[in-house]
Design a protein. Structure first.
Length: 114
């Protein structure tokens, strides 16, 4: 079983930056995909960015060039550096761990004011 602990959300003005972190703990295989999804009010949960154990990344088109996902395999940690934030980035951000099965974090609120 995997547990995920997220940190780093908050309130920021448009154009600002935030860094989200997620630590995975428990028992799991070494090969996994970790990353972030987000859910804005009234919308479905959607991909933001993911990264595999080998470092292969996937990004939503809306965040390419602004967000960077990275991971530290030794610490089972994934980060999301978010730059040039826009009000449209306001959402609850969920960490995901995927290794055949899927585990979600509790979510952390990101609010971008205009």
């Amino acid at each position: 079983q995997v547990q995920l602990e997220e940190s780093g959300g908050g309130l920021v003005q448009a154009g600002g930056s935030l860094r989200l972190s997620c630590v995975a703990s428990g028992t799991f295989f070494s090969d996994s995909t970790m990353g972030w999804y987000r859910q804005a009010p009234g919308k479905q949960r959607a991909l933001v960015a993911t990264i595999t154990t080998s470092g292969r990344t996937t990004y939503a088109d809306s965040v390419k060039g602004r967000f960077t996902v990275s991971r530290d395999n030794a610490k089972n940690t994934v980060h999301l550096q978010m730059n040039n934030l826009e009000p449209e980035d306001t959402a609850v951000y969920y960490c995901i761990f995927r290794a055949g099965y899927v585990t979600w974090g509790q979510g952390t609120q990101v609010t971008v004011s205009s």
